[in-house]
Design a protein around this ligand. Structure first.
Ligand SMILES: [Mn+2]
Length: 290
């Protein structure tokens, strides 16, 4: 434990924004959660945990922090509608993309992915989305909101991005029916892609610029219990990291988020896992460019 470290992701020393490639963007937004609350505490818990990680990364034998990682102040929830919050997030991301940054957002609930991906799609018309989640999140709307976490992939599908979803094991009858019409949404159900079958899919996805959205509930609840809507039958740590390492070696990744962690006070392993996953993904991306 080192209280002397700066309060940044990884405890990494602040560098001038111009020198940073990876922007850790905390978005503690929680507006439409339907089950167990707490995602608003996730960015703080992830950053707190990340300060106790080793900054050397052993799989790639690299020091990912050397690529320039900075942590921005959080985007606060000081507006009074989900729509205004979406616009606020989008404005922030627009500035970062203008400067060619890699945005790594820390939710908050999954709704935050929509304004981020909207802005990415403006800049990269060929954008594809790689999505890990227990839930399809394809409802037209949920509890009266178009911007619910349960509708986020539906909104993103309307941007005409190709979406590749992995780990899905919870969806409504209506979502399942709609899937037949949603030609740009490619769902890989959890029961069909476990272990090596999952890893093998990593290099079968088409080329393009990819944004990766990781709902932490893609993991099995025995691995990550701290999430709002846990579903049995999820991935292990090595299923996800092996997939990402392989995917990063064959595909271009230009942005990412990790959402839906709902940290508990007495148990820090889930937040630490989220922190480490962020750092691993940065390592995999940079190691393949060497
Ligand atoms: Mn989910």
């Amino acid at each position: 434990m080192n209280d002397a470290l700066p309060y940044t992701f990884g405890g990494i020393k602040k560098i001038p924004a111009g020198k940073a490639r990876f922007i850790i963007l905390p978005i503690p937004y929680e507006g439409t959660i339907s089950f167990k609350p707490g995602t608003r505490f996730a960015p703080e818990a992830i950053i707190f945990s990340s300060r106790y990680m080793e900054l050397y990364e052993e799989e790639t034998n690299t020091q990912p922090w050397e690529n320039g990682i900075i942590t921005l102040s959080e985007i606060t929830q000081d507006v009074h509608s989900a729509e205004k919050m979406m616009k606020k997030i989008q404005r922030n991301v627009k500035k970062l993309l203008k400067d060619n940054k890699f945005v790594f957002a820390l939710g908050g609930e999954h709704s935050i992915s929509f304004p981020i991906i909207s802005e990415y799609k403006h800049k990269y018309p060929d954008l594809r989305v790689l999505h890990f989640d227990a839930h399809a999140d394809l409802r037209k709307q949920y509890e009266g909101s178009k911007f619910s976490h349960a509708s986020v992939m539906r909104r993103i599908s309307e941007l005409n991005c190709e979406i590749y979803s992995f780990g899905i094991r919870s969806l409504s009858n209506e979502e399942a029916k709609d899937l037949q019409e949603l030609k740009n949404v490619h769902i890989h159900f959890a029961h069909n892609c476990r272990n090596q079958a999952l890893i093998d899919k990593a290099d079968s996805l088409p080329d393009g610029n990819y944004y990766i959205s990781i709902d932490i509930d893609c993991f099995d609840p025995s691995v990550v219990p701290d999430t709002g809507t846990p579903e049995p039958g999820g991935f292990t740590w090595y299923e996800i990291t092996d997939f990402l390492r392989k995917f990063a070696s064959t595909h271009k990744i230009i942005g990412a988020d990790i959402v839906e962690l709902a940290p508990s006070n007495h148990y820090c392993a889930s937040a630490f896992l989220a922190a480490k996953l962020v750092y691993k993904l940065i390592a995999y991306i940079c190691a393949n460019e060497l």
